[in-house]
Design a protein around this ligand. Structure first.
Ligand code: NOJ
Length: 875
């Protein structure tokens, strides 16, 4: 692996270069709370048994069976330049290095790309077509730059903790919103031939203490089986169902066992129950063992080095070669690892005319070191500045606009007439004066906040800031580019727009005292934003607050002030921060975003387990999901706590009537889904121990300093081989380890799980009419399930299951939208049966339809097939 100057920050900030460890944690596993201990699941199920992957696996088998041992191990780990991660190749057989590149919102560390709005803004659009279109555009741009693997979308963190640092990379604090948006992104990206990566499996819900080092293991997310299935795994299952090619294992542990070597998660849940056919990579430097991780189902080590990079050390590469030769890792497992990687490459059609990377994540110059990790020649061209933007700024702008969420609009202050005299306050209205890309990895909050910080960012090709977009429309604007109240002359009729923000990001950087998570600022706005709003609202009668934020903020310091009439959450708009917002402010379009999380009155409205971050502990930090299924609105509803604004809330300049709802049973339900199909055939290879010569380096081959290779010196290869022949690997295998492939669990059977789980159980329609007086607009219909009373499972009062957004409805215009609920939507995960169960299929499930989780005006009943408007609301 190689690192240039641009990537050194990552190592330093991860604390890697400070660490004295090179071999991972040496401490025994910590004790996790009773009932949460990780169980073993062996062996790794072979890939290839799902019919839609059959051809890709057949081709992969043909190629892998020609590979030498060292070629197989070479493609499973990092090998440097020019992307954030690169695999080794098997060029003799035409298999190239794969380029793996961030980020989930645009091609990172390069030029001529689009910096799309973040996931959280995308989720706030609640627009399936638009989410998909963003995925298509992302896919085209990654392909255009020659990146084989898109390191997104992010669906874990799910947003369990409002203060969590990377929630903004994902789509919102609900498994179904997150799942639908994640799967549509996967589909859009992969239709362009780019391998998508769903990440991070799983429980990566806070940034602090996430990584393993010699002093401390990464925290343990302690998640019970039902909560794992019904909440955190749900988006991953949907992505696997959409055919996602790659999964990234998280830094942290789950139930005491590090995700990258957690056999229950990778072998059991992901590869057997969810039938995942692609490959699993480690998060960067999350790989902490050689044999254990391989046996536990990891397929690719990223970026390939041990925790201390730059010294040519790896847990795999030559060590994986050795471990196979000496019999510690069965050849069968390595064959499966290599086959999964090659099959995914074929499945996405990358064997045909796929471009090679034409950019370098290490430098922006045209020429650079060809092997930057070695810090020595040769030099050559590394950047070709390929422009992949097409007209994707229009998609970015549409997302920024349609995600913008109007929380309050008292007196219909918005939209403003074009003649309005406006005073604009706050540095957040204008681009960072030092330049839009001035801060490395956006690790600062200066100027308009378009994205959070860390690896989940991209360079802005330009930045359309709000003040410029407002000024394009009106010359009646006075801008005070300060976060302190400037005491301007007031005129009662002037409108005042105040820009405030709240930032967060990855734990690799500390920004204004925040360690990735918002541990310092918490939900208070940054740069004294609350004071600014208060001061403005004391002097002006018509105040609009625009919030750029990674997640919920506390609105209480000013939300009830009579002059604070309108509040717009613009979330994180990316490069197109101006135009869509200005269009909304001046009424060229009605806002149509809806909140992808709830905003509570106070942090303690949520239980401690999710309201607070886990702090330092001796040993392993324990993050126990004691709230179970009850995050966000699920908790608030259970406790009867009214939020300030509920999940799903969002106003328009018009109002909508929901009427004429229908519900139709499509697939009759039984308690359990129909039995799964048996697994199909998988590639079969010879089990013979490879000859030691398959590990020898070619005679005269010159290695490059600090790069990773999969060959062994002849002597070492021979010694390892002798141990393998004698069947004396001497390795202390984990409890429960065995090599017998099984039929797989009853809950499995296809990608994502038993295919019958996606049978449509009920189809609903509802007619939505623009019933307002003046404006056209778009409505969102949200469908929530309420399980029958008296079932033997505790279930949240309502849970989102589907949504649909209308087209632009003119005054009086209407549209009938369709919503679908699958068998899985009406099931609970039964921990004893280890299957999805529809409790009492004949009983009354109520499907609530409305505009927010607390505004559900239409009820449809599965037992009678009737729907009514005006039923007593569930919350
Ligand atoms: C660490 C992050 O957690 C992950 O999301 C990212 O893709 C890798 N680094 C590579 O930058």
């Amino acid at each position: 692996m190689a690192f240039g100057a641009r990537t050194l920050w990552l190592l330093l900030s991860l604390g890697i270069l400070d660490s004295t460890s090179h071999a991972g944690t040496v401490l025994p596993r910590d004790t996790v709370p009773k009932g949460f201990e990780a169980i073993s699941y062996y062996p790794t199920p072979h890939g290839g048994w799902v019919p839609s992957w059959k051809d890709a696996y057949a081709k992969a088998q043909a190629l892998v069976s020609q590979m030498s041992l060292a070629e197989k191990t070479n493609i499973t780990g990092g090998a440097g330049i020019p992307c954030v991660g690169n695999t080794g190749s098997a060029l003799r057989l035409g298999f190239p290095q794969l380029c793996l590149q961030d980020s989930a919102l645009g091609v990172a560390s390069t030029d001529n790309i689009t910096a799309f709005p973040a996931g959280i803004t995308t989720g706030a659009t609640w627009d399936k077509d638009l989410i998909y279109a963003r995925g298509v555009a992302l896919g085209k741009q990654f392909r255009g730059k020659g990146a084989n693997v898109f390191l997104g979308p992010t669906v874990g963190p799910l947003g369990r903790k409002p203060l969590g640092g990377r929630n903004w990379e994902g789509f919102g604090s609900d498994p179904v919103l997150q799942a639908i948006a994640g799967a549509l992104t996967v589909k859009g990206v992969q239709e362009q031939g780019v391998i998508a990566t769903i990440k991070h499996l799983v429980g990566n819900e806070q940034e602090m203490f996430r990584m393993y080092n010699v002093i401390q293991p990464g925290y343990s997310a302690n998640i019970d089986d039902r909560t794992l299935h019904e909440i955190y795994l749900w988006p991953f299952a949907e992505a696997v169902r959409a055919g996602v090619g790659a999964v990234m294992s998280a830094y942290n542990a789950v139930n005491g066992s590090s995700c990258t070597q957690n056999s229950y998660l990778q072998n059991g849940i992901l590869k057997d129950e969810l039938g995942f056919q692609g490959f699993v990579m480690s998060d960067w430097f999350a790989h902490i063992s050689g044999v254990d991780s391989a046996l536990a189902g990891l397929d690719m080590s990223m970026p390939g080095d041990t925790m201390i990079p730059l010294f040519g050390n790896s847990y795999w590469k030559h060590e994986l070669t050795r471990a196979v030769l000496n019999g510690s890792i069965p050849l069968d497992r390595l064959n499966d690892m290599a086959t999964r990687i090659v099959a995914t490459w074929y499945k996405l059609g990358q064997d045909k005319n796929y471009p090679r990377p034409n950019f370098s994540a290490n430098t922006k110059s045209e020429d650079g070191l060809l092997y930057p990790g070695s810090a020595s020649p040769p030099w050559g061209q590394v950047n070709w500045f390929v422009d992949v933007q097409e007209d994707h700024h229009l998609i970015a702008r549409q997302v920024a606009q349609d995600g913008t969420t109007l929380l309050k609009n008292y007196d219909s202050l918005l939209p403003l007439p074009i003649s309005a005299r406006i005073k604009v306050f706050g540095t957040g209205a204008a681009v960072n004066p030092d330049g839009a890309n001035a801060c490395l990895n956006k690790a600062c909050n200066k100027g308009t906040l378009g994205m959070g910080w860390g690896s989940g960012v991209a360079d802005y090709p330009y930045f359309d800031d709000p003040i410029s977009a407002l000024r394009r429309r009106s010359s009646n604007i006075q801008f005070y580019d300060t976060d302190s109240y400037p005491n301007p002359p007031t005129n009662g009729t002037d409108a005042a727009i105040v820009f405030i923000s709240s930032d967060a990001g990855e734990n690799t950087f500390i920004v204004e005292g925040n360690h990735g998570d918002r541990d310092k600022s918490r939900q208070k706005t940054w740069h004294n934003g609350d004071d600014l709003v208060r001061r403005v609202a004391e002097k002006f009668e018509n105040v609009i607050v625009v919030v750029h934020t990674v997640g919920p903020i506390n609105l209480e310091p000013w939300i009830d002030m009579p002059s604070v009439k309108s509040v717009l959450f613009a979330h994180l708009p990316g490069q197109e921060a101006g135009e869509g917002l200005a269009r909304i402010i001046y009424g060229e379009v009605s806002p149509s975003g809806h909140l992808p999380y709830s905003i509570t009155h106070k942090e303690t409205d949520l239980p401690d387990s999710i309201a607070n971050l886990r702090g330092f502990a001796f040993g392993q930090v324990q993050d126990t999901y004691s709230e179970g299924l009850y995050i966000d609105y699920r908790w608030l509803n259970k406790k009867g706590i009214k939020p300030r604004y509920a999940f799903g809330h969002g106003l328009s300049y018009t109002t909508f009537d929901f009427s004429a709802a229908t519900i139709k049973s499509v697939t009759p339900l039984t308690n359990f889904p129909p039995a799964r199909e048996p697994k199909g055939p998988v590639p079969v290879y010879s089990d013979d121990l490879p000859d030691a010569s398959e590990a020898y380096a070619p005679a005269g081959f010159k290695t490059i300093w600090r790069y990773l290779y999969s060959w062994l010196p002849e002597k070492e290869a021979n010694e390892a081989h002798a141990i393998g022949v004698a069947r004396r690997p001497g390795y202390a295998y984990p409890v429960g380890y065995n090599q017998n492939q099984t039929a797989g669990p009853e809950s499995g059977g296809g990608e994502g799980g038993n295919p019958a789980l996606w049978d449509t159980a009920y189809e609903l329609t509802v007619t939505i009419r623009n019933a307002g007086g003046k404006h056209s607009g778009r409505a969102v219909a949200q469908a929530y399930v309420q399980f029958p009373a008296g079932i033997p499972y505790d279930t949240p009062i309502v849970q989102l299951r589907d949504f649909a957004k209308t087209k632009e409805l003119a005054l009086g215009g209407e549209e009938t939208v369709t919503l679908k609920l699958t068998r899985k939507d009406l099931s609970v995960w039964d921990v004893n049966a280890q299957n999805w169960v529809v409790p009492r299929p004949e009983a009354r499930f109520t499907i609530w339809i409305g505009e927010a989780s607390d505004n559900l005006g239409v009820a449809c009943y599965t037992d009678t097939g009737a729907c009514e408007v005006g039923a007593k609301r569930p919350v």
